[in-house]
Every structure is written in C-alpha cells, then in structure tokens.
Design a protein around this ligand. Structure first.
Ligand code: UDX
Length: 437
C-alpha cells in the first residue's frame, strides 16, 4: 500500500484514539499512537486489546503487521507527524464541569517537543471556547509557532466505532482558517458524507448539542412511557408511530431505564455547566437529566413494589455494560441500580456476557461489595426472587424463558430494556414488568 504522511494520535489506547489510529493506518497513513500507559502498549503488542470494539482487533493486528500502526511512549516520536489528534479523556469533575487538564497538558507536551508547527486536532469533547483558550495558552508560553489548534469532534458510538469511522454521519472541522480546516477534512472524507467547515466554537458546540439532543430524545420517550403505563398503552407501539414521522425519525426512541455510559450524561452535565457559566438557564436540558436519574430509581421502586420490599430478597441482574456490544461499564446505569438494591438490603447476583468479574469490568473490587458473579443467566436466576434486565444483550432475547422460570424462586422479571413480549411471558406464568408497557 502507498505510504501517506504520518499522523500522531495522543491518547492512542483510548476508545476514540485507538479506532482513529487503526483506521487512519488502514487508509495508508503512518499512525503513531502515543500513550503514557507502557503496560497497555506491551499488552497490545502481545495481542491483548485494551477493550473490546467489534472489528477493531483485526484492524489493529493488520496495520501493526504492515508497519503502518506503531505505538510509542515517547512524545518525540510524534515529530514526524504534521497532524496530531488529541484523544485524551475529559472526565466530569464533581461539579459536572469537564476536566480538560489532560487536553491542555497533551498539547503543551506535544508543542514543547517540536521543531516545526503541527496541527493539533482536538477529538476530545471539550466545552465551547476551549480551542480559543488553548490558542491563548500556547501564545502565552511562546508555543503558538509549534502548535495550531483545530476542533474536529468525534461522533462515533461505542460498539459500532469502526463502522462509524468509515461511514460518519458528517465531518465537522472548526479552525481559524478555511485552508487549515480543509487540510484536516482532507485526511479522510468519504464521498457523499457532508462536511461542515466552521469556527472553533461552532464545532465544539455541535458536539455537545448533538449529545444533549440524543439524551433529550431518550428522556422524552421515557417520560411518555410513564403515561403509557397509566393508560394501558404500549410505548413500543407509540414510539414506532412517532418515529414514522420523518421529521422525528425512529432513532433514540427506545424507552427503558435511560441513557448511561461515558458520554451522554457527562456531556449533558458539561453543557449544563456551560449554561451556568454563561448565567443562562437550560430548563429543558435540566429536565432531560432529571428524568434520566428518576428512571433509575423507578426501576428499583417497581421491583420493590412487586416484592413488597427488598430486604433479604435475592435479585439476579442481567447486564453490566452500559449497552450491548461493548465491555464498557464506565458510568453504566447498572452500577447505581445495583448499589440501590444493595443499600435496600437485597443480595445481588450479576451476569454479563462479556464482563465476568469486577476486574473484567475494570471496576475496583470494592465497587460492588458482596455482589456475586454468575457464569450464565440461568446460574444467576437460580433460586432468586426476581430477574432484572439492565442491558439489552442479544443473547438475553434468545433465552429459554420456560427454563428461566423454572430456575427462579419467584417467577418475576422486571425488564429495564423491554426485550420480551408481555403476552408470551404471561402465558408462561411469569409476572412481567417492562417500562411503559
Ligand atoms: C454517544 C453518541 O451516540 C455518540 O454520537 C457520541 O460520539 C458518544 O456518545 P455512546 O455513548 O457510545 O454514543 O452510546 P449510545 O449508543 O448513544 O447510547 C447511550 C445510552 O443511551 C445507552 O445507555 C443506551 O442504552 C441508551 N439508549 C440509546 C436508550 O436508552 N434508548 C435509545 O433509544 C438509544
């Protein structure tokens, strides 16, 4: 394959960074993935991936084997790259504000180790105004000649990240000049994909507003689900009927226990902080967050009401990951829900197809004290007073529910993801409670 120019990726072992690095290498760029975690770099060089993402492992192996994807812990190795992607995390501070310190220090480190100017392209989700502040920060330190800042927000979803890279919904680039923005967009712009070249602030806000809109859509359908339960309607049918309007579309209208994971909630909270700092109210977005938090309490209340209390009850929980096709439990709804069950005096046995222990889920051993980990859904259900579904894994849809009923001490299924047909479960003699059905 023809070797194109070199690109650098800072935070090259993270979700966004590794997908970016492997896909750019597949396109023929020499991808230099820089990360401070030398143990994980050794692991990946020995064939052990830092996380699961469909299609990524094959791509990493292929591009490492042909020499286009390289990993390094030396920032000086980025010197040969003219464009450097910043893919470090921006975790939420207790106030909800995004902690951008890793982005700042990554850019400063890159700039300090360069002899010529690089384009530093921020993929990390940062509050509107960050690129401008970083440009000033570089100026103050006499580093502006070595790093020019560009915003290029990432919209990929976990579980379909590689596919989203090849076929993005759009490419958004925010830069002070059109020429710079075009350079970045020119790295990979598949035909037919809309490209929006704009300012730093627009690009930064597009990312936050997109995630806030998706979160609001989920909270909207979850609010309607509340009324469905009261009037005898089925949210799945109502949602389908709403989504058939092309102005609304059918996506992100699945009712359940709400959104979780490392992005939607964090980015919504960060956007709320940006409103606060601007001394403006965000009533709609605040409500979207409140509805979501309430949804987690609601599912526990449902279980409590069905069982007449949770003290001493044995609950089987199916699903730790925040959604199917990922082994990511960061900010998964399962964590606060299980904690609520434990603090109400229940005992909990967990099953997840990909996360078999706290270690597997990158949890601290004492994150979920006393929780048992089962090797199969049937083992989890054995002798329990209820089965609680928290992640819509395809294998849970395929379960032999007659067998599950035989395992349970009390034939009760509370389904936070609406994966079963109520009629079928009723026929089997299972007490079934979904969300909005
Ligand atoms: C999200 C955005 O979709 C992506 O564009 C951005 O780059 C990162 O954040 P991700 O966090 O991977 O992606 O997951 P997503 O597929 O958006 O799901 C988030 C949560 O919402 C999950 O817990 C999912 O189960 C839940 N969800 C999603 C619903 O409850 N209902 C829906 O209809 C859709």
């Amino acid at each position: 394959m023809e070797k194109k120019t070199a690109v650098g990726i800072v935070g090259g072992l993270g979700h966004i960074g590794l997908i970016q690095a492997a896909c750019l290498a597949k396109l023929g760029y020499k991808s230099i993935a820089y990360d401070i975690n030398s143990a994980k770099i050794k692991d990946i060089q020995r064939g052990k991936m830092p996380f699961y993402e469909p299609g990524l492992e094959e791509l990493v192996h292929e591009t490492m084997d042909n020499g286009l994807l390289v990993f390094t812990t030396r920032v000086t190795d980025l010197q040969e790259a003219e464009m450097i992607f910043i893919c470090t995390g921006t975790p939420a501070l207790p106030s909800g504000e995004a902690d951008t310190s890793q982005v700042y220090s990554a850019i400063e480190e890159v700039a300090r180790h360069r002899s010529n100017q690089a384009l530093v392209i921020i993929k990390s989700t940062v509050p509107a105004g960050t690129c401008r502040k970083i440009a000033a920060f570089l100026q103050e330190r006499d580093l502006a000649a070595r790093a020019a800042v560009v915003s290029c927000p990432e919209f990929l979803r976990e579980g379909s990240g590689v596919q989203d890279f090849w076929k993005p919904s759009r490419i958004v680039v925010g830069a002070p000049s059109r020429e710079t923005a075009e350079k970045v967009a020119g790295l990979y712009s598949p035909p037919g994909i809309p490209i929006l070249l704009t300012t730093w602030e627009n690009a930064e806000l597009i990312k936050h507003a997109s995630n806030a809109f998706l979160a609001s859509k989920i909270s909207f359908i979850n609010e309607i689900a509340l009324l469905c339960e009261q009037v005898g309607a089925d949210i799945r049918v109502v949602s389908r009927g709403i989504g058939l309007d092309p102005r609304i579309n059918p996506h992100f209208l699945e009712a359940g226990i709400g959104f979780s994971g490392p992005c939607l909630e964090k980015d919504l909270k960060s956007l709320l902080r940006q409103f606060q700092e601007a001394k403006k109210e965000a009533k709609l977005l605040e409500a979207a967050l409140r509805v979501n938090e309430e949804k987690r309490r609601e599912i526990v209340h449902k279980l409590q009401a069905k069982l007449g209390g949770l003290r001493g009850r044995r609950i089987a929980v199916l699903g730790m990951a925040f959604k199917p096709q990922t082994d990511d439990v960061r900010d998964s709804h399962s964590l606060p829900i299980i904690k609520q069950l434990l603090s109400a005096g229940a005992s909990v046995t967990v099953h997840d197809p990909w996360i078999k222990s706290p270690r597997g889920g990158r949890l601290a051993e004492n994150d979920l004290p006393g929780v048992e980990w089962a090797s199969s859904p049937h083992a989890a259900a054995q002798g329990k007073d209820a089965l609680l579904i928290l992640t819509a894994w395809p294998e849970y849809r395929e379960l032999d529910l007659k067998q599950i009923k035989d395992c349970l001490a009390v034939p009760l299924i509370v389904d936070g993801r609406n994966i079963y047909e109520s009629g079928q479960l009723r026929e089997l003699g299972i007490d079934y409670q979904g969300v909005g059905i």
